[in-house]
Design a protein around this ligand. Structure first.
Ligand SMILES: Nc1ncnc2c1ncn2[C@@H]1O[C@H](COP(=O)(O)OP(=O)(O)OP(=O)(O)O)[C@@H](O)[C@H]1O
Ligand SMILES: [Mg+2]
Length: 272
């Protein structure tokens, strides 16, 4: 391809991204320093909770190597093309979801370096039919690598929700994540403390398996607000594995309440 054709293709895509993003009121990234702390669980549940509140919502799974969003929503549909645009499958009528997992065979790995991942993120933004949305939630892979870098370069977000667990090692990495967000010229909405406590199934006592003080310490250290503490509960894992989001399937539970608190915190910070 001629250089000028390549350049015009890039500027066409840029234009499409800008047009698409202009139709989305609020864009929120879910990030963590450490892996496996519950980002996808939080991203999925806040997206479903927002949709249940009547908002038009999109959920973009930007974890290219380990896309888990579709499994946690039990979505097996493949996106199809219409009018030259990728149609994200729907979990609810007002919740569109797009994930690399929908484009891969089960177990198929993605062996890509940064530039290719940047291109797929551009395609998720510019070539997908998100339509008019109140919220687009981005689930990111752990840490501050290519995907987060690409997203933060392309999109001016309303803010980033940081997910962490209370262990000291996770907190060390949270500080890196928060500094990364600020260095990229973006803002932090707050953090969600996952696996913060558990309720003993026998005596119903509240136990803090990773210590009690971390939430307060993290607030003091960073000035970032805690939007919710999510209990550690084996049911959260089994419902997620079964594709049943906790906010809809564990109604009345502490877990549901904690996700709804996080959503209330987001709405009060950035408005609905
Ligand atoms: N509060 C919780 N109680 C029990 N299990 C949980 C809780 N939060 C998350 N899990 C489980 O822990 C595992 C990791 O969660 P999840 O995939 O959401 O983390 P992640 O931060 O997105 O991971 P990755 O860094 O790989 O993207 C999942 O099996 C999930 O169901
Ligand atoms: Mg994840």
């Amino acid at each position: 391809m001629e250089k000028k054709d390549r350049l015009s293709q890039i500027s066409e895509r840029q234009k499409r991204i800008e047009q698409n993003l202009s139709r989305i009121k609020h864009k929120i990234a879910v990030l963590s320093g450490k892996g496996g702390v519950g980002k996808t669980t939080v991203a999925v549940n806040i997206a479903v909770a927002l949709a249940e509140e009547g908002f038009e919502v999109g959920l973009a799974d930007l974890d290219i190597h380990g896309p888990n969003v579709a499994r946690m929503l039990g979505l097996r549909d493949e996106p199809f093309m219409k009018n030259g645009l990728i149609q994200p499958p729907k979990f609810l009528n007002n919740l569109k979801v797009l994930s690399m997992a929908m484009l891969l065979n089960d177990g198929q790995p993605v062996v890509w370096r940064g530039p290719l991942k940047h291109t797929i993120i551009q395609q998720f933004l510019g070539d997908a039919d998100w339509g008019d949305l109140d919220f687009l939630i981005f689930d990111l892979p752990p840490g501050t690598g290519d995907e987060a870098l690409s997203l933060f370069q392309i999109v001016k977000l309303d803010g980033t929700l940081i997910v962490t667990t209370p262990q000291r090692v996770a907190i060390d990495d949270v500080l890196r994540a928060i500094n990364f967000v600020h260095e990229m010229g973006q803002s932090v909405i707050g953090f969600a403390m996952n696996m913060s406590y558990l309720i003993c199934p026998n005596c119903k006592t509240r136990i803090n398996p990773f210590g009690e003080k971390t939430t307060g310490e993290l607030i003091d250290l960073t000035g970032v607000e805690c939007l919710g503490e999510i209990p550690m509960d084996p049911a959260i894992a089994s419902y997620s594995d079964a594709g049943k989001p906790v906010v809809s399937y564990m109604r009345g539970s502490e877990a549901e309440k904690s996700f709804r608190n996080i959503v209330a915190g987001i709405l009060s910070k950035i408005g609905g």
